[in-house]
Design a protein around this ligand. Structure first.
Ligand code: TRP
Length: 439
């Protein structure tokens, strides 16, 4: 297939999988998933989260890739194009606008956390916590969070690196790096898992993560699990739509999406299985909020042979995983501004500067950090997903959908379609209503 538009096309499906995985796998898996699992009490939360991935996340992700591949441009114009093709109202481009704003809001707190990761990379490489005791390591995180100027420098650095990559263009910027580095991160995590299984309290960790105690499950926990299934898959804001626009027309959406979904879920579960055994073996509480990863992993690194080496590589790779995710947080907005005739460089600078200002506010006011995190995870992402499910499930020309999704077996096609038409939107609506106390 030849493409005459300005869009670059990733011809190899593998590269698309790596780019989508690069966007999906990030701080959401390694930092956020373990800490919210700890906060919401473990097993039951994990089970609901896995259910949300399967019944809402993956079906909606297929729909979002479909929209992007059909629209072949940024989320706003893709939605306008798709609406036109389906005789639907142009107001559906609202999904794109809301997505661009969601991406910016996420970038604001994401860059702060990424700054912490870079700090831990520096600490690791300089051996700052090798042979340190548990208490020193715990205090370390508190000191960092109270050191505003240090946080500011690192969050600025991360925002600038993200902007630099986005300004040079998506394909050139990320393809290669992700392809090589993500598998390395995965292997390193497997090694850390072996360490945790041997040296940590593995039995308690496994029990905490997989033994479901539904009495611990609050309405808020269910909403968080739903929202996180969007956050971790980079769904509901047009990032996957923007990447879908690069997907070759002959590749199978279903296979690709499942590959990304399985990799993403595996990384999150492995992160939990590394962290909780360390937490329990060292008499720590599981609800350490945003500090969980930063307080637990260094304990393991301080004790293991070659700890300085492994921890430097680990935090270095997590910084890069964060980078390949943050790119997709501002790329849709940049693509939209570019289409409006503003240069890529100017668009990138405008959006990155906006995100930087918001991030700086987050860093001084923890409430703003929490507000942005909660508002995007619990409101805008699931709402975006709801609209995508309704649009593709109910409004798009079904013959076109069927031809595009390329699910050869009718059983799978109908299974997907009806999940998207009914189960996903009803699930989201019920969880919204439950949280608001309506049911
Ligand atoms: N999925 C990424 C993570 O888990 C975060 C992310 C990148 C994201 N792009 C996104 C979340 C778009 C929502 C929407 O770290």
């Amino acid at each position: 297939m030849t493409d005459t538009s300005n869009n670059a096309i990733w011809n190899r499906r593998f590269t698309f999988v790596m780019a989508a995985t690069g966007s999906a796998v990030g701080l959401g898996n390694i930092w956020k998933f373990p800490y919210i699992t700890g906060e919401y009490g473990g097993g039951a939360f994990v089970l609901v989260y896995l259910g949300c991935i399967l019944l809402v996340g993956l079906p909606v992700m297929m729909a979002e890739v479909l929209l992007g591949r059909a629209g072949r441009t940024d989320p706003v114009h893709s939605m306008q194009e798709n609406a036109k093709l389906s005789d639907a109202s142009p107001a559906w481009s609202f999904i794109g606008y809301m997505g661009i704003l969601s991406g910016l809001m996420i970038m604001m707190f994401y860059s702060v956390v990424a700054g912490w990761v870079i700090d831990y990379f520096i600490q690791s490489a300089t051996g700052a916590y090798s042979n340190a005791d548990v208490e020193t390591i715990n205090n370390n995180f508190g000191e960092l969070v109270n050191n505003d100027s240090r946080e500011l420098v690192l969050h600025t650095l991360f925002t600038c690196i993200t902007a630099a990559v986005v300004a040079t263009g998506v394909v050139k910027g990320i393809g290669r790096a992700v392809e090589i580095l993500m598998p390395v991160l995965f292997v390193l995590m497997l090694l850390m898992l072996i360490y945790s299984a041997n040296q940590g309290d593995f039995a308690s960790g496994v029990e905490f993560m997989f033994k479901a105690d539904f009495s611990k499950l609050s309405a808020d926990a269910i909403l968080e699990a739903l929202g996180h299934s969007f956050f971790t898959l980079s769904l509901g804001m047009g990032a996957i739509m923007a990447y879908g626009s690069y997907m070759p027309g002959n590749a199978s959406i279903a296979k690709t999406v499942f590959a990304v979904g399985i990799l993403d879920t595996l990384v999150a579960l492995i992160a939990g299985l590394i962290i909780f055994p360390i937490v329990f073996a060292n008499g720590m509480e599981s609800n350490q909020s945003v500090g969980l990863m930063f307080k637990s992993l260094p304990i393991a690194f301080s004790q293991m042979p070659g700890g300085i080496f492994f921890s430097s590589i680990f935090f270095g790779l997590v910084s890069i995983a964060a980078l390949s995710s943050s790119i997709s947080l501002i790329e849709p907005g940049v693509a939209w501004m570019e289409k409006k005739g503003i240069s890529r460089l100017k668009s990138t600078i405008t959006l990155a500067a906006t995100a930087w200002i918001g991030g700086t506010v987050c860093l001084f006011y923890g409430e703003v950090f929490d507000l942005l995190d909660n508002f995007t995870t619990k409101v805008t992402l699931p709402f975006g997903g709801l609209l995508i499910a309704i649009f593709v499930g109910w409004l798009m020309n079904q013959a076109v959908v069927k031809a595009d999704i390329k699910l050869r077996s009718d059983l799978f096609y109908n299974g997907w379609l009806w999940t998207l038409k009914l189960i996903s939107p009803l699930g989201i609506l019920l969880i919204f209503a439950h949280t608001l106390g309506w049911i």
